[in-house]
Design a binder for this molecule. Structure first.
Ligand SMILES: *Cc1c(COP(=O)(O)O)cnc(C)c1O
Length: 234
């Protein structure tokens, strides 16, 4: 086995409702552990997928229909979108595309563990800085940048603390990050951030070539089982 993988412990997914019922002999269990949407999904989704007949065929690699519609809705170019099989795949693609062995990734802890594991899988070095007041410590990240740093992952809002980085904090941070370092802004929970100070990151693509914005249909849209994710980049 590759040396880099020996320190990795397997991802522990949230247990299923069935697991918990069996293990603790319970009959009524509500699952909160993986942040799936307790309200389920829109009935329009069932309507849309009930007529799907293309299952025996390989999917459209270009994701053309969804790409066109989303580009319009979000007011970005179609070529600014990348679709993935779960955010984890896009987090992994970022690490494998950007890091060469020995390069460094910085993030905070506790946050989404995939940032660290995908860095390690890509033979990168991970620096995890403790949260400050349960929030991403942006100054801490800046202070740990070295000439080997190539990638920074930020969860905004953060999982598991639910804290946010404001628009002005994010803008100030991005102005301090050297342009050769990519910043992944993982906005898996942006739809839940009602604070008016929450950044409009898509707007920031205009002036920042080095940001990758990650969004998902898994949480607010209740489609965790469908594994479609989006990425905005420039
Ligand atoms: C749930 C979550 C995701 C989304 O995972 P998917 O693979 O898209 O379902 C991404 N980032 C964070 C921080 C999450 O909590």
């Amino acid at each position: 086995m590759r040396e880099a993988l020996k320190n990795l412990s397997p991802y522990k997914p949230g247990k299923t409702v069935e697991d918990i019922k069996r293990e603790y002999n319970l009959s009524n269990v509500v699952k909160l552990a993986s942040n799936e949407n307790a309200y389920g999904f829109s009935p329009k989704v069932l309507e849309a997928i009930s007529g799907v007949t293309e299952i025996p065929l390989y999917p459209d690699n270009g994701v053309l229909k969804l790409r066109g519609k989303l580009a319009k809705k979000l007011n970005v170019g179609e070529n600014n979108l990348i679709f993935g099989n779960g955010s984890s795949e896009l987090i992994s693609i970022a690490a494998r595309t950007i890091l060469t062995p020995g390069d460094e990734t910085i993030t905070c802890t506790p946050s989404f563990f995939t940032y660290a594991s995908e860095t390690m899988i890509a033979n990168g070095e991970i620096t995890q800085i403790p949260l400050k007041n349960n929030t991403f410590d942006l100054d801490g990240i800046i202070s740990r940048i070295t000439n080997k740093t190539k990638l920074i992952y930020i969860a905004n809002p953060n999982n598991p603390t639910g804290t946010i980085i404001t628009a002005s904090e994010q803008a100030e941070f991005l102005s301090k990050v050297p342009q050769n370092i990519y910043v992944v802004l993982d906005e898996a929970y942006c739809e839940f951030a009602k604070n008016s100070e929450f950044p409009n990151s898509i707007e920031m693509l205009k002036n920042n070539k080095n940001i990758l914005i990650l969004r998902t249909f898994s949480k607010a849209y209740g489609l965790a089982g469908l594994r479609i994710r989006i990425w905005y980049w420039r």
